[in-house]
Design a protein around this ligand. Sequence first.
Ligand code: INI
Length: 157
Amino acid sequence: MSEINTIEGDLIVGDARFTLVVTRFNSFITESLLDGAVDTLLRHGAKRENLTIVRVPGAFELPLVVKKIAAKGDVDAIVALGAVIRGGTPHFEYVAGECVKGMASAMMAHQVPVAFGVLTVDSIEQAVERAGTKAGNKGGEAALSSIEMVNILRQLD
Ligand code: INI
């Protein structure tokens, strides 16, 4: 039987450049997501000089900054990190909805992978669980998916 042509991204960073965009809102959670993302990138061979961290006020501001970075075209991937925690009002839906829509559209417009490391959770407890405790670190997972995407796109180019 003939081989099936398969394209997969490995998890080796090489010389790839990453920008991590992190919210100050809920910083007690998002700084742990950032630690997880940076740790993952470094352990997969990223060079410190190829990492840039940008801090933004909240998740609502992520799309504009992500779009601006993507449009410049000088990074291989963007890792967006934030935490939107449901309160008693519809605010959560608006912030989370605009955040995901805006970042998806930036990714598609500029063809730069944007990893969605934004927690959308019902409680602080759920956020803590996903920021380096019993449900892992979603910042690290987002970083990993960005490495994979860089390597898939390099093969497709
Ligand atoms: N921003 C967040 O990143 N997470 C939240 O949970 C959140 N809530 O719930 O309000 C939040 N709001 C701030 C928003 O992102 C903007 O920074 C603000 O509205 C100013 O534009």
